[in-house]
Structures are given as C-alpha cells and as structure tokens.
Design a binder for this molecule. Structure first.
Ligand code: GRF
Length: 193
C-alpha cells in the first residue's frame, strides 16, 4: 500500500493557487492536502478549502513567531511537506530547518530577478514593466533561510509584450502558476517523470 504524503498549504490572501492544488490532488493516490494554514482569518481560500473537505487553521502573527508553537502543531498534525502559496510572513527558521527540502514556494518572477524582501504581488509586475523587461515568468523553489534564494526547482518564462501593463502581466503569470504549480508538485511528490 502506498502511503500519501501529508501536505500543508500556507496562504495569506486570495489562495487561488491553493485551490488549484487542492483540486488537482483531490483523488490523488500519493498526496493528501491535509491542512491549509493562514495568518489571515479573512483569507478567501479558507472557506473554499473547508468546502472541499480540507482542514484549516489560522495563526495570528504573534503565534507564528512564538518558539516551536507552529512547528509543534505541524508535527502533531503529521505534516510531511509544506507548500507556500502566497504566504506573506517570514517562516520561522526552526520550521525552515525541520522541513529542509520539504518546503517549496512559488514566486511570480524569474528569480533571482525581482525577488527578496518587499518584492511580492503587484510590486513584482510593476517593476518588471517599469524596467521594460522582455520576459518574466514563475519560479518554484525550495525554501531556505535566505528570502527567495532556495534552490530552484522549476521556472517558466513568458514574453512581456509592448502592450502589457502590470495587470495584464499579473494575469498571464497567474495562469502559468495555476497550470505549473500543481504538476510540479506532482512530479516532486509522486516521483512522476
Ligand atoms: C502568487 O502570485 C504567488 O506567486 C505569490 O503569491 C501569489 C498568491 O496568489 N507567492 P494566490 O493567493 O494563490 O491567488
């Protein structure tokens, strides 16, 4: 019998990636989305995740940094792998260390470009447009203690057209995320080639 990898998804906002991932693995034989964790009780993804039968939990920002509090919770819930999908707080070092090579993040640019502290959401796309970049894309990477600097697992490029603005670029990048994030996780967690 194959045992499923028990995965937690961390979200702060809309959670559209989290929902794509939950839907993708709904009937998976190798992955169970066991938990959606958020630091924002208003995160839209929470109710949708619950409707899809996934347990959710909210930790306020104080609890997140309280020593071992969240880590102990994750261990108690037998979480084996963590997916950051639009989680906007820094992950405590002890969690990063415990889940070394077992925690991934998605970033809406071609890292190392347009990454690092303060580079998130529309700020990324606005900077790409301002600098008249010819291409942008997505990066899925392991989480290390250095912000947006963990080993890169997957990147996909798209061209930035002259008529693009930060909104149209954001939409194109999000389409890439929704398509490639679930299948990249599938490759990682289900030994798919
Ligand atoms: C995505 O663009 C992702 O790259 C970034 O945060 C955003 C989350 O979007 N890390 P959503 O909440 O999944 O819609």
């Amino acid at each position: 019998m194959t045992t499923k990898t028990n995965v937690a998804i961390f979200v702060s906002g809309k959670g559209s990636n989290a929902l794509k991932i939950i839907q993708h693995f709904k009937s998976s034989s190798c992955v169970k989305i066991g938990l959606v964790l958020s630091n924002n009780e208003g995160a839209l993804a929470l109710e949708k995740a619950r409707n899809l039968g996934v347990e959710t939990v909210v930790f306020d920002n104080q609890s997140l940094i309280k020593k071992s509090f969240v880590l102990n919770f994750l261990i108690h819930k037998k979480i084996q792998f963590i997916v950051l999908a639009g989680f906007l707080r820094q992950i405590p070092a002890e969690i990063v260390q415990y889940y070394a090579k077992k925690m991934v993040n998605i970033h809406p640019s071609l890292l190392p470009k347009y990454g690092g502290k303060g580079m998130f959401g529309m700020r990324v796309h606005e900077a790409v447009i301002k600098n008249q970049e010819k291409e942008s894309g997505i990066t899925i990477h392991y989480v290390s203690e250095l912000y947006d600097k963990g080993a890169i697992i997957f990147q996909k490029k798209i061209s930035v057209e002259k008529e693009d603005n930060s909104n149209t670029l954001a939409k194109k990048v999000q389409c890439l995320e929704h398509h490639y994030f679930p299948i990249t996780l599938q490759k990682l967690l289900c030994n798919d080639v």
